[in-house]
Design a protein around this ligand. Structure first.
Ligand code: NAD
Length: 525
């Protein structure tokens, strides 16, 4: 949580204690421009290194993270109030493993890709993956470390330099990232952090950057997309979600409920890929509700002193609390039952909202159509699988979804019909931490992909180079004659048609004349 003071400082508040811990100066427009200028200068020598050399630097960062893991956990825990187990498994596992995986993979993935052209076997082509240049990264508060780190790793491996603008709510995590790269021995200005709010983000977009990676709300994402279009730079947009969980009639109820709890309440539900709405087959609906309430009531909520003390942490800001309360009130008004939770936890200075189970939800309710971003689990019964698929696809979002069943084939059939960037069977959320899997959404959830081979190549401009292999044959050049016209016609039939077309093309070549079949039809056209 932040409070802005007149002198342009951000005041960082620990949401688990309510304490204001640090005061950080907001970067001016000139600071942002200077950072981008420095990044542009540094990019030339960084890009001149081989990918293997850049990978060695990345492994130094990996080592630094592992050597300082406890103090890093402490900083992130104090700024966000996150449960320590979640700092480790949500914030650190992904970047550390991605560094290890992609330091190994990047030299191969970024080396020129050579290929043969079947129509002109006397020529050759290659794709060279050039860095985009200076990459701007604007990130949110809910995963202030893993989100920008995952993007920075791929950007710098590909030869770019980065200017990061972390959320105004979590500037310390952003500054920690810059410090980690510096202390690991990275050359100056390869990774820089500028601290500030939306205005600072806007200043970064106004500066001469070459690519923007934005993670945040749909509304801000649309502003970023328009600005990127005006500047004609590429943009990767990782936006909000309203992720459905479909529970098929044969699901293992006990395990599925454990999965639902993790999906809906991890990071207090402040996850873009949270289970935000649950559809349960009517035949198991009441049993499912009973088990959800039973398991939810076992969860422990609070600020952990040592790892393992608690399961659920605080909510980052008052604004988030307002949205959660509004969605619950609207659901109640429209006939939903609050089976457990529903209120701010009493007797603590921290901002803790009880994990809340909402039964008998339906699509007239805000909690089923708009992103809540809190520890709520609205549940709705359905009658047929067809209906469940329609309901799952009925929002403007498409980030992730999950399907739960003992029958993997049946689950796969349902999964393939869900409109989302990621669909997980019998699990939720976790693939964000997997280096090999792409992450990104469809519909209002955004465009482009981070992580995986696709995410690495997103930080490059693929440059195609074509060259003669042994002789020069200039088929396309002047003069245009009837002979060259006939040659091309035979050529198209021979190389791009079905068996009959190919035979006709071959006969045309044999007589060195045009093929006449189909001529009448062409004339008629
Ligand atoms: P937000 O849109 O309010 O802010 C995100 C970032 O954009 C912040 O750094 C903010 O300072 C900056 N910003 C705000 N206005 C700007 C402007 N006009 N120009 C440039 N920058 C600007 O989002 P938030 O509340 O920080 O994050 C929560 C949202 O992020 C949720 O909707 C969540 O679903 C989404 N999210 C998506 C993913 C994903 O992978 N798809 C991951 C995490 C969070």
């Amino acid at each position: 949580m932040i409070k802005k003071s007149k002198e342009s400082f951000l005041h960082v508040q620990n949401p688990a204690t309510g304490e204001y811990t640090e005061k950080i100066k907001i970067a001016s427009k000139e600071d942002v421009e200077n950072a981008v200028k420095k990044a542009r200068e540094a990019q030339k020598s960084w890009a001149a290194l081989s990918v293997k050399e850049r990978s060695k630097y990345i492994l130094k960062v990996r080592n630094y993270l592992l050597d300082h893991i406890d103090s890093i956990i402490e900083t992130l825990h104090n700024e966000t109030g996150k449960i320590q187990m979640e700092v480790l498994s949500h914030e650190l596992l992904g970047p550390i493993d991605t560094m290890y995986q992609y330091a190994k993979k990047a030299p191969r993935l970024l080396s020129p890709q050579k290929f043969f052209l079947h129509l002109v076997p006397y020529k050759r082509s290659e794709i060279h993956y050039k860095p985009k240049g200076v990459v701007g990264i604007i990130s949110p508060w809910n995963f202030p470390f893993t989100i920008p780190m995952g993007e920075i790793i791929m950007a710098v491996l590909a030869g770019n330099t980065v200017v990061l603008k972390p959320s105004e709510i979590t500037p310390l995590s952003g500054l920690l990232i810059e410090k980690i790269f510096k202390r690991s021995g990275f050359p100056d200005a390869i990774v820089q952090t500028i601290v500030g709010d939306g205005k600072t983000g806007a200043a970064l977009l106004d500066a001469p950057i070459d690519h923007i990676v934005f993670t945040g709300s749909v509304n801000t994402g649309k502003i970023i997309a328009v600005k990127a279009a005006e500047k004609m730079i590429t943009a990767t947009l990782e936006l909000g979600g309203k992720d459905p969980m479909i529970v098929l009639p044969d699901a293992d109820i006990q395990r599925t409920v454990r999965g639902a709890l993790f999906g809906a309440f991890a990071n207090s539900g402040q996850v873009c890929a949270s289970v935000e709405r649950v559809y349960v087959h009517s035949s198991i609906y009441e049993k499912f509700l009973d088990e959800v309430v039973f398991q939810t009531n076992q969860l422990r909520q609070g600020k952990d002193r040592v790892a393992g003390d608690f399961d659920i942490g605080p909510i980052i800001s008052e604004k988030q609390i307002d949205t959660i309360k509004r969605h619950i009130a609207d659901a109640k008004k429209k006939g939903a039952r609050i089976l457990t939770g529903g209120n701010l936890k009493k007797g603590t200075k921290g901002r803790f909202f009880e994990p809340t189970v909402i039964a008998d939800a339906n699509h007239s309710m805000e909690c089923m159509m708009e992103e809540t971003f809190g520890p709520t689990m609205p549940i709705m019964p359905y009658e047929t699988i067809e209906e469940a698929i329609l309901l799952a696809n009925a929002t403007a979002f498409g980030l992730t979804a999950s399907v739960w069943s003992k029958d993997r084939k049946k689950a796969m059939k349902v999964a393939s019909r869900i409109e989302a960037g990621t669909v997980i069977i019998n699990d939720a959320i976790y693939t964000h931490a997997m280096a090999e899997t792409p992450w990104g959404g469809v519909k209002n959830s955004g465009m482009g992909r981070v992580h995986s081979d696709m995410g690495l190549l997103e930080f490059t401009n693929p440059i195609h180079i074509n060259k003669p292999a042994w002789i020069n044959i200039d088929l396309w050049w002047y003069p245009y004659t009837m002979r060259s016209f006939n040659f091309f016609k035979n050529f198209i039939f021979l190389f791009s048609g079905n068996m009959v077309h190919r035979l006709k093309g071959l006969l045309g070549f044999a007589s060195w004349n045009t093929i006449t079949f189909g001529k009448k039809k062409d004339d008629e056209l």
